[in-house]
Design a protein around this ligand. Structure first.
Ligand code: HEC
Length: 112
C-alpha cells in the first residue's frame, strides 16, 4: 500500500527537517516556480500519464513531511521508480523543502 510509510522513510523526513534552517523551512513561492515541470505529469486530469499509461499519484495537498520523505527516497534510490528517480536526482535539499512547502499548501492545478 503506497501510503503506509515505513518507519525508515519517516526517519529520513525527520533528518531532512532538522537539516539547515533554510532547507527545513522551505519557501512556497520558490517551490511554485520549481514545481512547474512536476505539473506536466502530476497535473494531468485523472492523474494518469497519457503514454505510456501509468497512474500518477496526487502530490498536491499532501503533508509536508511526507513529500520531503518521498522526494528524498527517490533521490537516494530507496524508492526506486525510474521516472521519479530521474526527477529526484537533480533536486537539492533546498529544492525538496521548497517543493514540499508549496505542494503541501497547493490545490491541484486545473487540468491543462
Ligand atoms: C515524467 C512524469 C513525472 C514528473 C515530471 C514528475 N513526477 Fe512525481 N511521480 C510520477 C510517478 C509516475 C510517480 C509514482 C511513482 C511510484 O509509484 O513510486 C510519482 C510520484 C511522486 C511522489 C510520491 C507521491 C506519493 O503519493 O507517494 C512525489 C512526492 C512526487 N512524485 C513529486 C514530484 C515532484 C516534486 C516533481 C517535480 C520536481 C515530480 N514529481 C515530477 C511522475 C512524475
Amino acid at each position: 500500500m503506497r501510503h503506509a510509510l515505513p518507519a525508515r522513510l519517516l526517519a529520513i523526513a525527520l533528518t531532512a527537517a532538522t537539516g539547515t534552517a533554510a532547507a527545513a523551512e522551505g519557501n512556497a513561492e520558490d517551490g511554485r516556480v520549481k514545481a512547474y515541470t512536476c505539473a506536466g505529469c502530476h497535473g494531468i486530469e485523472g492523474y494518469r500519464n497519457a503514454y505510456p499509461s501509468y497512474r500518477v499519484p496526487k502530490i498536491y495537498g499532501q503533508h509536508y513531511e511526507y513529500l520531503v520523505a518521498a522526494l528524498n527516497a527517490y533521490r537516494s534510490g530507496e524508492r526506486n521508480h525510474p521516472t521519479m528517480r530521474a526527477q529526484g536526482e537533480s533536486l537539492s535539499d533546498q529544492d525538496i523543502a521548497d517543493l514540499a512547502r508549496f505542494l503541501a499548501g497547493a490545490p491541484a492545478p486545473a487540468a491543462q
